[in-house]
Design a protein around this ligand. Structure first.
Ligand code: BEZ
Length: 212
């Protein structure tokens, strides 16, 4: 693959060392979603709050059939000590694996940015059951992520795929359509004409509907 992977690309094949042992990605999670997220470094304040928040929602990610995978350029011993610290001090046992990267994975995934020095930026990759990258998000060091948004995105992707629809802004609390989803626009004149005045259509290209 030339350059860093983008949305729509297959997640690159790699063998990684994690706190749960060696893993082949994306093979390990083929047939299910996984969310790979990088953090700048272990034993840092914002990252600690993020790990705590991810773990607090881990059961919800699992209910949606998704696995979480952390990553930073730190040794596996550092990851082990950090998750021990989190369990001892914050009473939360980190159950998902964390990749111990030497820098090779970060380079392959484009996680070292000009302003991030030698640390990985906060990045999030959503990878679907066919190992296709569906979303890539980047955040700076000073801004902790919102894990509820990742749960919303995961639910949105799964509904979009199952019902062949699109998901409006702020769904399921969209300002115009509530928890309705967007029907793909008509792609021929006959369908466009039929949509005019149809219930749920503001115009032939702007139709919404409830899903079961
Ligand atoms: C943090 O997680 O608090 C952090 C990490 C790297 C740089 C700055 C802050």
């Amino acid at each position: 693959m030339a350059g860093i992977p983008l949305i729509g690309d297959k997640f690159p094949e790699m063998k990684v060392q994690t706190t749960h042992g060696m893993m082949n990605l994306p093979e390990k999670f083929k047939g299910q979603w996984f969310i790979l997220f990088s953090h700048p470094a272990d034993f840092t304040p914002v990252c600690t709050t993020e790990f705590y928040a991810f773990q607090q929602r881990y059961a919800k990610f699992k209910e949606l059939g998704a696995e979480l995978v952390g990553l930073s350029v730190d040794q596996v011993f550092s990851h082990i000590k950090w998750v021990e610290w989190i369990e001892e001090n914050l009473a939360e046992k980190i159950e998902f694996p964390i990749i111990a990267d030497t820098g090779a994975v970060a380079e392959m995934l484009g996680l070292i940015h000009p302003g991030s020095g030698t640390h990985t930026v906060r990045a999030v990759f959503f990878v679907d059951p066919q190992s296709t990258i569906r979303a890539i998000l980047y955040y700076p060091a000073e801004l902790g992520r919102n894990m509820d948004e990742f749960l919303r995105m995961l639910k949105g992707f799964q509904i979009a795929d199952e019902y062949k629809v699109a998901i409006p802004a702020n769904w399921p609390e969209n300002e115009l359509f509530g928890d309705d989803v967007i029907v793909p626009p008509a792609s021929n004149l006959r369908d466009a004409e039929a949509r005019k005045g149809q219930e749920g259509c503001l115009d032939w290209w702007l139709c919404h509907k409830k899903i079961a």
